[in-house]
Write a protein that binds this ligand. Structure first.
Ligand code: 7PM
Length: 364
């Protein structure tokens, strides 16, 4: 990762709290991602020139605002942090949403091939919708560390019947989890609404053009290296800041290709070329990424960092850690939580949202 010599500033809203909802115009807090239910009392301002952090200071929100009056980079960041996010394919993002994982891979670590047939995958997806999923994420290529790529033909054979079977039968949005332009194109034509790309449109040269032409929302995930090799020796100057810079660059590439920023979602890519320490740095500092001005997605469900922290070898034993991570994400203002266990996550979120607002939350 290369860095220009010019100092670069970052702003991380901190000291998060349920917003007071008494004075909307208060200068005393930062409205996280334009939300009315999450406020930050302080802002950590970070500056770096090279690879490591050169300076970090924690300011009360009002003092960060004062600084924005003479530092345009801080002003720009604050504006992006506080802008309300646009709805995604009609789905409002003023509260956390659940994306349910539908694996259509015979070797998937979490489904063990149970849903290898289209019929079973469709039934599973409809169950996830009934359990409270807002988005159904259909994936036909395993991107597990060490996994070999599958052919376009094989991937299409897996996902198209599932998307065709779901289109018109579900009110949930359908996303296609793929790195390949041809799979994106065919999946959208079959009824998918959203592109979810773990390679952020870098895997093949046609992805940018297909994405630009489609008008569909696009999830750009950060990964370091290819799935086959990414866990061998991940290295960062500063993981959180490097991921932020990389996503900034990908957003710029998308915008240059004619993709409106309002269509983009970003994702730090938990477990994709990251050590346990890297994953924890990202999870702890998540609110910094709201400075990109687009919705955030977090995919941590059943991942190996939970296993490392809890000593659970089997992915199916990681539900408690997955729920803890989802609620941590919600409290940091993450708009989309990508999970396997939708019913359990929905219950946890409903209780969390009610406590956050101090009133029962409407269920839809
Ligand atoms: C096997 C191993 C199957 C690993 C599936 C996986 C993410 C994603 C995946 C994520 C976004 C998993 C991964 N992870 N898309 N696709 N964000 N946007 O654990 O974190 O689900 S695949």
């Amino acid at each position: 990762m290369s860095h220009s010599a010019a100092p670069r500033s970052y702003l991380r809203p901190a000291a998060l709290m349920p917003s007071l909802q008494t004075d909307d115009s208060s200068d005393l807090f930062i409205r996280v991602a334009g939300r009315s239910d999450i406020a930050a009392a302080t802002a950590e301002i970070i500056v770096r020139m090279g690879t490591a952090r050169d300076e970090a200071l924690l300011l009360p929100a009002a003092e960060a605002r004062e600084r924005a009056r003479y530092e345009s980079e801080i002003a720009c960041l604050l504006t992006r942090h506080e802008a309300p996010r646009q709805p995604l394919a009609g789905l409002s993002l003023d509260r956390p949403r659940i994306m349910g994982i539908v694996n259509v891979t015979p070797d998937s670590f979490s489904d063990g091939g149970t849903f290898a047939s289209a019929r079973a995958a469709i039934d599973h997806a409809l169950q996830l919708e009934a359990d409270g999923a807002d988005i159904l994420d259909i994936g036909g290529e395993s991107t597990r560390p060490g996994a070999e790529p599958v052919s376009v033909e094989e991937e299409l054979r897996r996902v198209l019947p599932v998307i065709e079977g779901l289109a018109g039968r579900t009110k949930a949005l359908i996303s296609i989890d793929t790195r390949k332009a041809e799979v994106m194109r065919r999946a959208l034509a079959a009824g998918a609404h959203i592109i979810n790309d773990v390679a952020a449109l870098t895997y093949d040269a046609a992805c940018l053009e297909i994405a630009a032409r489609s008008k569909a929302p696009i999830i750009l995930m950060h990964a370091q290296g290819d799935p086959r090799t990414m866990q061998s020796a991940p290295r960062y100057g500063d993981c959180l800041l490097d991921v932020c810079d990389w996503l900034t660059a990908r957003i710029a590439v998308c915008e240059a290709a004619g993709i409106d920023r309002a269509r983009l979602v970003v994702d730090p890519g938990i477990g994709f070329g990251k050590t346990l320490t890297h994953n924890l740095e990202l999870l702890t500092g998540l609110t910094l990424l709201h400075g990109l001005g687009v919705p955030l997605l977090l995919g941590a469900s059943r991942k190996s960092f939970i296993g490392m922290l809890s000593g659970t070898k089997n992915a199916h034993e990681r539900l408690p850690g997955s729920i803890a991570t989802a609620l941590h994400g919600a409290a940091q203002g993450v708009q989309i939580l990508r999970v396997h266990d939708v019913a359990e996550t929905r219950q946890a979120l409903t209780v969390w949202e009610s406590m956050q607002r101090g009133a029962p939350h409407p269920s839809t």
